[in-house]
Design a protein around this ligand. Structure first.
Ligand code: ZN
Ligand code: CU
Length: 495
């Protein structure tokens, strides 16, 4: 007797190969049988639906969300069963319980708290809350740099560099899949390439990854790609470039040259991979994008406020509309927001990306998908948090025919599973973990918009996480079956 049987669905197994018809049996958290299966305690009718491996979000900032929102509805409801957190150089760990968590987490990891200091402690804390989905972690450069350096704008002393290396080593030993940077952010932006190479080499030696939000994604995109590739070569580490884009109208189209350069590096044998989010707006902590002495008017004109503790009434509004209504200069408005109490916690959405570049990125053969969602649910977050994966499957695959469905599934399952070391996940295969999504390819669609960003996707029938039905027919099942994954190892278990 199986725990769960799914009958009659069209199987897309994650390898990119053709669709097949088969029944699936699930037992003790694993896919037990594919083909003809016996009866199950729970039987799910998959007629007319597609069954695929659970989707993998390669770029998440869910470190704090796992503690604050263990239901993880914004990901689970899209069919996502695993996220990679700790991106852009910001991670929950290492942590100093006595320090202000918002400092080291850059203000984008909402929900951090607790008394953990390292990855094992963080995993224990998350598991106590019975998370709905799985998490794989990176250790972030900005976080370790702000914890270690007495002057974060300076170079580390040799002793400080040694401390930083110890943090990376410890996180990797405890199961992190790599080391991440966010080189446009404080304090990573003050680091020289040599510092990153020294730290990334530890990940390289462990066979893990170096992931990067590059130093520049606009005027100097191509220089930043060179730096990322140099770090990969020198540190002998697989380099993963996060949310590949060309920001700002005068840079649109540069993703073509950037991808060509990456193709050349791959041809020489260098390990490089990428992800993208399927939207023409980015999002982040507003204070990181402005120099208060010289406020960039052009950028301010395309910014919308996502969350703003100082002025809740601004959430969901474009700065240009607010400035017009108040009859103030837009640059003064930016200064007012950012210098208000807790103004530095403002999260904004900036419309700086060209749709053609999004499409060009998605057409690159091994492009993965990362939501880059910022899980601050108090305001109007970027819709990518709730919509990314349904938008790929509905809009880009079905409506725009950018790629065949099995290929899209491969890019969101077996490919990221292999890249990020998710052992026995990302395929529908006997013996693999039963992370699965059952959806209707005819109706799947993102419903999250900039005005109503917290709207669940449609077309997701059921989501199974580690053999438990976690979400079905629009209802969260509170299965709490998510696991804390360790790179190329079995999951972390509570002591
Ligand atoms: Zn980033
Ligand atoms: Cu990010």
């Amino acid at each position: 007797m199986q725990d769960i049987v799914i009958k009659g669905a069209t199987i897309i197994d994650g390898t990119g190969g053709v669709e097949t018809q088969a029944d699936i049996g699930i037992r003790e958290g694993l896919i037990d049988a594919v083909g003809q299966v016996s009866a199950g305690h729970i039987e799910i009718d998959g007629t007319g639906l597609v069954l695929a491996p659970g989707l993998i979000d390669t770029h998440a900032h869910d470190d704090g969300a796992f503690l604050r929102h263990p239901d993880m509805t914004f990901k689970l409801s899209q069919g996502v069963t695993t996220v990679v957190s700790g991106n852009c150089g910001f991670s929950a760990i290492p942590a100093d319980p006595a320090a202000d968590r918002r400092q080291a987490s850059g203000g984008i990891l909402s929900g951090l708290g607790g008394d953990f200091t390292d990855l094992a402690g963080y995993f224990d804390a998350v598991l106590r809350g019975h998370p709905a989905i799985n998490n794989m972690m990176l250790v972030g450069h900005n976080t370790i740099r702000s914890m270690t350096l007495s002057n974060p704008k300076a170079e580390p002393t040799l002793a400080e560099l040694a401390t930083m290396k110890d943090y990376v080593t410890q996180a990797l030993e405890q199961g992190a899949c790599g080391f991440s940077t966010g080189l446009i952010y404080h304090p990573g932006r003050y680091s020289e390439t040599e510092e990153i190479i020294a730290l990334a080499r530890i990940a390289g030696d462990a066979g893990a990854l170096y992931t990067t939000h590059m130093r520049n994604e606009g005027d100097h995109l191509l220089d930043a790609v060179e730096e990322a590739l140099e770090i990969g070569r020198e540190a002998q580490v697989h380099t993963h470039i996060s949310h590949h884009k060309a920001a700002g109208p005068k840079n649109w189209g540069k993703v073509v040259a950037s991808l060509n350069r990456i193709d050349d590096a791959i041809k020489t044998g260098q390990a490089v991979s990428l992800d993208v989010y399927p939207y023409t707006a980015g999002s982040g902590r507003m204070i990181e994008y402005f120099n208060l002495d010289r406020i960039n008017r052009e950028l301010a004109e395309v910014i919308r406020i996502a969350s703003c503790p100082a002025f809740r009434q601004y959430e969901g509004c474009m700065l240009k509309d607010l400035a017009e209504a108040q009859q103030v200069d837009i640059t003064d408005l930016v200064r007012d927001i950012l210098t208000a109490p807790r103004g530095d916690a403002t999260i904004c959405i900036q419309f700086v990306i060209d749709e053609q570049d999004v499409i060009h990125n998605l057409k690159w053969p091994d492009m993965m998908v990362g939501s880059d969602g910022i899980p601050d649910l108090r305001g109007k977050p970027h819709p990518r948090l709730f919509g990314t994966f349904a938008k790929i499957l509905g809009h880009y695959v079905r409506d725009e025919a950018i790629m065949p469905l099995p290929e899209a599934i491969r890019r969101m399952t077996s490919l990221p599973a292999a890249t990020f070391g998710l052992t026995h996940r990302g395929m529908i295969k006997a013996g693999y973990h039963a992370d699965l999504v059952l959806f209707d390819p005819k109706t799947i669609a993102d419903q999250a918009t900039y005005d109503e960003p917290q709207t669940l996707a449609t077309g997701i029938e059921s989501v199974i996480v580690n053999g438990k039905v976690a979400f079905t027919k629009g209802q969260h099942q509170n299965a709490g079956s998510g696991q804390m994954l360790r790179y190329r190892k079995t999951a972390h278990t509570n002591p």
